[in-house]
Design a binder for this molecule. Sequence first.
Ligand code: FAD
Length: 175
Amino acid sequence: MVPGAGESIAPGERRYNWVWYRNVEAAKLPALLTDREGGVRASSVPPGMLPDSGREAVYAAADRFLPPQFRSLVQATAEPFIQAIVDLKVPKMAFGRVALLGDAAFQPRPHTAASTSKAAGNALALADALRGNADVLQALKKWEPEQLEYGEYLYRSGVELGRRSQSAYPGSTPT
Ligand SMILES: Cc1cc2nc3c(=O)[nH]c(=O)nc-3n(C[C@H](O)[C@H](O)[C@H](O)COP(=O)(O)OP(=O)(O)OC[C@H]3O[C@@H](n4cnc5c(N)ncnc54)[C@H](O)[C@@H]3O)c2cc1C
């Protein structure tokens, strides 16, 4: 569930936010990431920019692969969008007085369902580290190790969960 119109979070006014992860051969990504104006996007095609053929392909795939309830959900979505999934990790998060956090540092696969809380956790811990510490360099140095460790942990968990659910059984090859 996500907020509805006017950011409402009242029961009955919230919206469903659905995602459907599909394996795709890397060579087919540029075609999938081509928007309705012919531009090839780096990693996502936002709502309203999918070409009609792309939208129809999503609906057709729902017809073919999904049970009726999920099929209805997909086909009730006027403007589906695409987001490529990546595994991103960095060896450092503190660079002098500069900090990398949230998605800019680690993007574990979505199987972990933890990226938002990771981003918030990085920020809260940074605030704690800076509070009452006038030496920013020292504060960032102290902040970094635990954040790196958690990012690495989520990164590895995402890859492992993905290996099991995306590719470790017959018929899971990219289409
Ligand atoms: C389709 C989708 C579904 C997702 N579902 C989930 C989920 O179910 N659970 C979950 O935990 N996570 C989910 N995520 C991941 C989650 O959204 C991110 O991990 C999280 O938003 C990262 O927070 P962040 O603050 O690091 O980055 P962001 O939320 O991306 O915030 C970065 C901000 O910086 C702004 N910005 C960018 N460039 C500039 C610039 N040059 N100048 C100024 N501002 C700039 C952007 O506009 C944006 O507001 C999902 C992501 C996607 C794409």
